[in-house]
Design a protein. Structure first.
Length: 520
């Protein structure tokens, strides 16, 4: 059987002119396709020289850089398993991921080497390299002495390519195992569905993607990077999102991908106009609900219609509004705000009630999915995996939604207790766990409330033990010392009681209503 290594497919799509620019950074650096090819070969050869066991994990917590993307591609090329970690994670979070995944290689910034290497060596990791966002570090030093030729290691569709940790509503984070086949099938489906055009192809000019998202989650790492590479398209690379810079680059670009917060921030820029986006052909939004106001304002100001899609770490992309009319649904299938469009070709999606029965069109229930993009299971958690799949092989997404007469899917909520803040997932149970451990705390509840910039943010409501005086600021400060910054509740209230139902369960819906206007 021929190899299904995702890298091989991406490499095959490189343009013939390898000296052309593949990535241009906001700072003005140019990387050619040949640079991508040679640097990933050198890094893959470095990994190979370490004699790692088959299936070894390469865990990476570094700032966004083109070299960090190359490390991802090199890991695929060498046949190992990539494990990206958000740079906001602190030692307790990193300690859990490294302890659970037992990576053979860990890559971190030189600034974090002290504490990260301590965690890694304790977990049995043999190799810890550094990689900084200024193109320095031991990873590049060591790779420099290796050959720039590397035949990609043959992999089958079912072989692991990456593990993405997603937090859980109860217990610890789960590592979603994604295969080469999951990601290649999704990349090919999106290439066709979103009408990517190749330079020199029938449409001539070829797409150029503005890459403005972090590269440790599905959206920036897979949807954006695979999207550009599988089409041989150039990327304009922003190491950190900046609305002014993103808009300025639109004159030379054609595709932009962002979480809703990025669109909200660009809408506040006076430089956003029809003229500024006239070269652009596609704006994609996802990872969190896009408010209809944002969709409408974007259309009014730029004349362009945002294409909203829906996905998750466990499944990559599941549904999308159509780029062009989707003939499965007829000529009238335009992009509709407030919906996430249709299941992508190859994806089966159904809505089921609590009793496990399929619901009629238009009724609201749990969204279940099946397809070549759906992950293999949770790393070393067979029971959790079994719980999340139905007997006929559908994955229960935890999202609540409906499908209308015309086939459009709408997400109306989540059955999982989850806050999505600026496109990042925050699990209240995790934050509550940390608060409840603090001295003097009797109980706490964390709820998500609307926020004009992040869409939704966390608010903590805490009850003190009898006779103890708690201070909201001190609780927030203590959380900041332990948790990734985006997980910190934006407000904390110390109260005397929490609303409860007759079963004594905290009624989070009442708390959400109570604090709904906090950031209005
Ligand atoms: C930063 N902060 C956040 C936050 N990001 N708080 C809540 N939610 C967030 N997402 C905190 C900072 O720590 C800081 O706090 C304060 O808010 C202001 O920071 P900022 O400078 O405004 O933030 P910035 O660095 O500009 O980051 C905002 C952002 C970033 C929107 C650019 O969060 C981002 O890149 N989000 C994209 C996430 C993403 O890629 N998601 C895809 C997941 S994949 P303090 O107190 O320290 O000052 C997925 C599947 C799918 O979901 O379908 O795609
Ligand atoms: P993650 O675990 O980070 O991959 O987040 C996946 C979750 O993000 C999904 O289960 C949804 O709840 C949410 N999500 C992704 N895209 C959308 C969207 N377009 N609209 C609403 N929610 C979304």
């Amino acid at each position: 059987m021929s190899s299904q290594n995702l890298f091989t497919a991406l490499r095959a799509a490189f343009p013939t002119d390898l000296q052309a620019t593949a990535v241009e950074t906001d700072e003005g650096l140019h990387y050619s396709w040949d640079d991508l090819d040679r640097a990933t070969a050198m890094m893959a050869n470095l990994l190979k020289s370490l004699d790692l066991p088959d299936g070894s994990r390469v865990a990476v917590q570094v700032e966004k850089s083109v070299e960090a993307m190359m490390l991802y591609l090199a890991t695929l090329r060498a046949g190992y398993v990539f494990l990206p970690l958000n740079t906001a994670y602190q030692s307790a979070e990193i300690g859990y991921f490294i302890g659970n995944a037992e990576p053979a290689v860990v890559v971190c910034s030189a600034a974090n080497f002290g504490w990260v290497s301590k965690i890694a060596f304790k977990a049995g990791t043999q190799h810890v390299f550094t990689l900084n966002d200024d193109r320095t570090g031991s990873l590049l030093d060591r790779a420099a002495s290796h050959s720039d030729l590397h035949p990609a290691v043959p992999r089958q569709a079912d072989d692991l390519a990456a593990i993405l940790y997603t937090s859980g509503t109860t217990g610890r984070s789960k590592g979603a195992m994604l295969t080469h086949g999951n990601m290649l099938s999704n990349a090919l489906a999106l290439r066709d569905y979103w009408g990517w055009t190749k330079k020199g192809g029938p449409e001539g000019r070829g797409d150029v993607l503005i890459h403005a998202l972090p590269i440790f989650h599905v959206h920036g790492l897979f949807v954006a990077i695979h999207g550009a590479l599988i089409n041989g398209s150039k990327m304009i690379w922003l190491s950190k999102f900046d609305p002014k810079r993103a808009i300025a680059h639109m004159r030379q670009a054609t595709v932009f991908m962002g979480v809703p917060t990025l669109y909200v921030r660009m809408l506040a820029e006076p430089s956003l106009s029809k003229a500024a986006v006239k070269n652009m052909r596609l704006f994609v939004a996802g990872s969190a609900p896009l408010l209809i106001e944002t969709f409408d304002q974007w259309q009014a100001l730029t004349g362009q219609t945002i294409l909203e899609r829906y996905g998750m770490s466990e499944t990559a992309m599941l549904t999308s509004n159509p780029y062009a009319p989707d003939m499965r649904y007829g000529q009238q299938s335009e992009r509709r705000g407030g919906t996430v469009g249709f299941p992508l070709p190859g994806v089966l999606l159904r809505v089921r009630g609590e009793d496990g029965q399929d619901l009629p069109t238009g009724e609201i229930g749990g969204i279940e999915v099946k397809g070549p993009n759906v992950f293999k299971g949770y790393w070393r958690m067979p029971d959790k995996t079994a719980e999340e799949f139905t007997s006929d092989g559908y994955f229960k997404t935890g999202d609540v939604g409906k499908v209308d007469q015309r086939g459009y899917v709408t997400i109306v909520g989540r059955s999982k207790d989850l806050i999505i803040s600026g496109g990042y997932n925050v699990y209240p149970a995790e934050i509550e766990g940390y608060i409840n451990e603090m001295p003097g705390v009797a109980e706490s509840a964390v709820v998500g409330v609307p926020h004009p910039d992040f869409g939704e943010v966390g608010v903590a409501v805490v009850i003190a033990k009898a006779g103890v005086a708690l201070h909201a600021e001190a609780i927030i400060a203590a959380l900041k010392a332990k948790l990734a910054n985006f997980k910190i509740p934006k407000k904390c209230f110390v109260v005397t009681e929490l609303p409860r139902n007759t079963m004594s369960k905290v009624q989070k819906n009442l708390l959400r209503d109570q604090y709904r206007e906090l950031f209005a």
